[in-house]
Design a protein around this ligand. Sequence first.
Ligand code: NDP
Length: 341
Amino acid sequence: MSESIPLSLSDVHALASATLRANGISDEQSQALADTVTAAERDGCKSHGLFRIPAYVQSARNGLVNPVAVPSVHDLAPGVIQVDAHNGFAPLALRVGREPLVEKTTSQGIAALGLINSCHIAALWPEVEALAERGLVAFAFVTAASYVAPAGGTKPLFGTNPMAFAWPRPDGKPPLVFDQASSASARGEIMLHQRDGKPLPEGWAIDADGQPTTDPAAALAGAQLPFGGYKGAAIALMVELLAGALIGGPFSFEVSQMDKKDGSLPPRGEFIITIDPGHCVSADNKTAQLAHAEALFSRMLEQPGTRLPADRRYQMRQITPTEGITIPRTLFEQIKNLQQV
Ligand code: NDP
């Protein structure tokens, strides 16, 4: 029997959506989650595709997440909105907050969104890419749970705390986007190495005694390392402050105190900043900005071996809608079993 199952992207969406709905997750929440999971599979981001369905289901089953939450938007200041997910999943809350954020940014020049009480187990590129498609520059920051040791330390404190950035491009080109954890790897990558019986690259983690390890189980029991030593740790610290203290959300270690250690993840915060490029230059210079950026990208790509961040995803996007994707049979069966409630 084949070890993997081929699926079309509509199969992925249907499988995700049916499983989420079977577990009492509202149609709106299920639809937004299934869209995110399908986008991740479409773009070859396995650690945030169907692999995450068990965590979504577990979070709803154990009561950490409200599966029928309806997010609400609050106007906090001329340039700031808050979206309260009311302990629901992030994708629906982000969808609800997008138009008010775009509206504030295009009228003010710069705006911010604080997303509170949301379960965010996804990648950040979907939210910043969608904002850049509206012509905005966008930054996003999310805390996680205590997984990463501070520089020089040996015990988990920070989350894997990703930050993402998106820049709009002219002539119908998809935005430039980078989206990266402040740890040497996303936690999902360690879990995938564990599932596949593969050792970790050096420098990703230390064990519970603070010794370097390439064993995924020892890494999950110990601490992940920031990327680039103290430099990645400083970014993780910044993300804690922006997506935690600044918007009234918990720090990653406080999220861990609520963790039920069953694969689910308690709600927490995300901070998004958006800038309308047209407000950042004088009126006679408005059209020059994007062309100027293109000149930088061209100069960069003249060097063999370079590529723009997100180009790997965009290339996958050319292939998967026709060729589909594969997932391990064990994952497929695990997800089907979750439909039996
Ligand atoms: P990667 O290290 O795989 O990639 C980071 C970024 O670098 C991507 O934008 C990637 O673009 C780009 N990149 C990679 N290689 C190159 C290259 N050779 N040249 C130019 N750009 C390159 O990501 P991480 O492992 O750090 O994070 C994975 C995901 O996990 C992220 O989406 C993140 O948001 C998510 N995450 C979510 C968390 C949560 O709690 N919600 C917590 C931690 C992480 P490309 O995609 O095109 O390869």
